[in-house]
Design a protein around this ligand. Structure first.
Ligand code: ADP
Ligand code: MG
Length: 679
């Protein structure tokens, strides 16, 4: 396939979806994430219904499709009883049951003595076989073949039916071009994969469930392979660039260590060494610092910044919120008070006059370290020589925002800091060969957080115990249930709980949720930190990373609804001081599986272990926080289920990239990655 042919493929895939009925033109692109043919074709069925079983082969509860003769119509004998059509198929009699249907309509549609096609779920009711409200009931028996098949089921929303999605997909599959094969022949044979075109077609119209899975698997491999290639490309383009070569004598290290009120953990020491080594290398550094909540990542970042200052360059630390930036600034400024290093804080709250001074000093190089928020990458902020950008809670920043900061220097080194533990099995897949330092160990002074599971019916006991704790001067968080992706409902639930708790705690209780502005949220957090109230009711949007060391109790309502990683993140808000802390997981409705999930929380405090378990329970989707970052969404692959494919893809991607340009473009990895992790 030559270049022209390749680009015509791309043009086809990127063209607008055809034959969308007007009333679906707004909904469909939202569902499948775009209005191009490729968005539609990559809209993977959620599941499949096997309608291929004949009536004699089907068991109760299974779907079946068959041709039958209408034998008799039975009107309801009294109100509220169903309308029944008795049909006969190969001398088996069956009731087709309808509730609230127009009798006239059914009678006209299915006259006695005619043949019809029926498809639906087989039930048994008082010794009778029956189907209630069949999915299909058609008088044209030529349609039998079309219906008796494996039917894909797509994620739907109000206003669009599965059938319309299938029709639109069908009509867009018509002109699908074939593509050159990029997968190794032996692998294709071994896995019994079809080519790309066939795989797409049969994903949407499989002849068996096994075939659907084979097709998904091949497409998942394409996706993972493209991702691995892109990682490699990004690395070659950006990381392998020659940067600065630092000479590190650790001029400030001892001095600052003496200022710190604690001993570094072994993991911190190791991470600091690893990062220093990378800074010394003549290549540009792009590093990831990963650690559980409270593992002390900021200290490590600080030492990386000191290395930069020692080499007469500037360092910036960007945090996602004002309160976090201030928190970092406060202790860093104190820790550096024994040195000649100049640090400043720049946030949206910084007064104009001061801002002007800071900006001048950044441009002239008087300031060595700046800590701040989004304010840092505003157009009018310039650095004399930005050597390192530390991006704290990296998943909270948009791609463009991160780039803006990094773009303020030349070949600036980057240190991403993230509190989302990524299971080891995924490490390589997500970050390729990006060097990563991990803080697994927590400071010795940390006490384990005692975690218990309780029925929400006992809420009054909890309130009583909470009252005692608050009287002793402790502080608590109360996380309210997460009700779908609807912050309005979440807030309503939180408001209700807030009012309820006010009856006991009066003005000692506050509330925070997603509809508050950032400023309002900061305000609430400050008051909580300053002890203006003791109990904070929150929706799940509660700020991550906030350090309120004297908070000791975390109560999570409807804990069974949350994923393990999220529970762990929430729990990490407490247990940061030297007092024993507690986490109460309240449940409303506890199935066996959610019980074992919550049990894991009681047994472990290790974020990496919990992330691994979470992935086993839920697949990889939500764990990585990819929803926020938007650059790691896989359509076909599940990083956990498909970990074998992932390894294969990783190994295959070691070769040359040149042959795979088209693949990269189809999955848009080139553009997505260029502007995300590595720029
Ligand atoms: P996170 O990894 O969650 O970002 P931070 O860097 O905010 O954690 O550190 C959390 C708290 O732990 C801070 O108050 C910090 O001063 C403290 N801390 C960091 N390292 C240590 C240590 N080695 N021993 C004791 N406390 C530490
Ligand atoms: Mg942090």
């Amino acid at each position: 396939m030559n270049v022209d042919e390749q680009s015509s493929v791309l043009t086809f895939l990127n063209s607008k979806i055809e034959n969308i009925p007007k009333f679906h033109s707004a909904i469909l692109p939202k569902l499948c994430g775009g209005d191009r043919v490729v968005d539609l074709l990559f809209y993977k069925p959620l599941s499949y219904v096997d309608r291929s079983k004949s009536l004699p082969d089907a068991q109760v509860g299974e779907f079946t499709t068959f041709v039958a003769k209408v034998y008799e119509h039975q009107r309801p004998t009294s109100r509220g009883r169903p309308y029944r059509v008795i049909v006969e198929s190969e001398s088996q009699y069956l009731f087709i049951v309808f509730f609230n249907y127009s009798v006239k309509y059914l009678y006209k549609l299915f006259p006695v003595g005619t043949d019809i096609v029926i498809s639906g779920k087989l039930e048994k009711f008082a010794e009778h076989w029956q189907i209630t409200h069949p999915d299909y009931m058609l008088s044209d028996i030529n349609l039998f073949k079309e219906i008796a098949c494996i039917e894909p089921v797509y994620q739907l929303c109000r206003g669009i039916t599965n059938k319309s999605i299938r029709n639109i997909i069908s009509s867009n599959l018509k002109d699908l071009p074939d593509l050159p094969e990029w997968i190794d022949e032996t692998l294709i044979k071994q896995k019994k994969w079809l080519n790309w075109k066939e795989s797409i077609i049969r994903l949407h119209r499989p002849s068996s469930l096994a075939e659907a899975e084979v097709c998904r698997e091949r497409l998942a491999y394409d996706e993972l392979f493209a991702y691995q290639l892109a990682l490699k490309l990004a690395r070659e383009n950006h990381v392998k660039k020659e940067g600065k070569e630092f000479i590190i004598l650790s001029k400030y290290k001892e001095q600052v260590l003496n200022e710190l009120p604690f001993q570094l953990t072994n993991d911190q020491i190791r991470a600091i060494d690893e990062i220093s080594e990378r800074q010394k290398s003549r290549y540009r550094m792009v590093s990831l610092l990963q650690g559980d909540v409270g593992s002390g990542k900021t200290v490590v970042a600080l030492f990386a910044m000191l290395n930069v200052v020692e080499n007469n360059m500037q360092a910036a630390l960007m945090a996602p919120t004002t309160i976090l930036a201030e928190q970092h600034y406060n202790w860093i400024e104190e820790a550096l008070s024994c040195t000649d290093i100049k640090v400043a804080l720049l946030t949206g709250k910084t007064a104009r006059k001061e801002r002007k001074i800071i900006m001048n000093e950044l441009a002239s190089g008087i300031l060595n370290i700046v800590i701040g928020t989004h304010a840092l990458f505003q157009a009018n902020v310039t650095f004399k020589n930005l050597g390192l950008a530390v991006i704290d809670e990296q998943q909270r920043f948009g791609v463009i925002q991160r780039n803006r900061l990094v773009g303020k220097g030349e070949n600036t080194d980057i240190l991403f800091v993230t509190a989302t533990p990524i299971p080891r099995t995924l490490q390589q897949a997500m970050y390729g060969d990006v060097e990563c330092s991990i803080l697994r160990e927590k400071p010795k002074s940390r006490l384990p957080i005692k975690t218990v599971i309780m029925n929400v019916k006992k809420v009054s006991d909890i309130i009583q115990r909470l009252k005692d704790a608050i009287n002793r001067g402790e502080k608590a968080y109360w996380i309210c249930p997460y009700i779908e992706e609807n912050e309005e409902l979440n807030i309503a639930a939180a408001e209700m709980r807030f009012q309820e708790l006010q009856k006991t705690f009066f003005d000692r209780v506050g509330i925070i949720h997603g509809k508050l502005t950032q400023e309002q949220k900061d305000q609430v957090m400050f008051s909580f930190k300053r002890n203006e109230f003791s109990l904070l009711v929150a929706t799940t949007v509660i700020e991550v990373g906030i350090d309120v060391p004297d908070a000791t109790i975390m109560i999570i309502e409807n804990a069974e609804q949350f994923g393990l990683s999220q529970l762990h993140q929430l729990r990490g808000r407490v247990g940061r001081g030297n007092k024993p802390s507690f986490c109460v997981l309240l449940y409303d409705n506890l199935s066996k599986s959610s019980y074992s999930k919550l049990k894991i929380m009681c047994e472990s405090q290790d974020g990496f272990y919990i992330a691994e378990k979470d992935m086993m329970l839920r697949g990889s989707g939500d764990i990585l926080g990819t929803k926020q970052s938007g650059c790691m969404e896989f359509k076909f692959a599940d990083l956990y289920e498909d970990r074998e494919l992932l390894n294969l893809a990783y190994n295959s991607a070691k070769g040359t990239i040149a042959n795979f340009e088209l693949l990269l473009d189809i999955f848009e990895y080139r553009s997505r990655l260029h502007f995300s992790k590595f720029q």
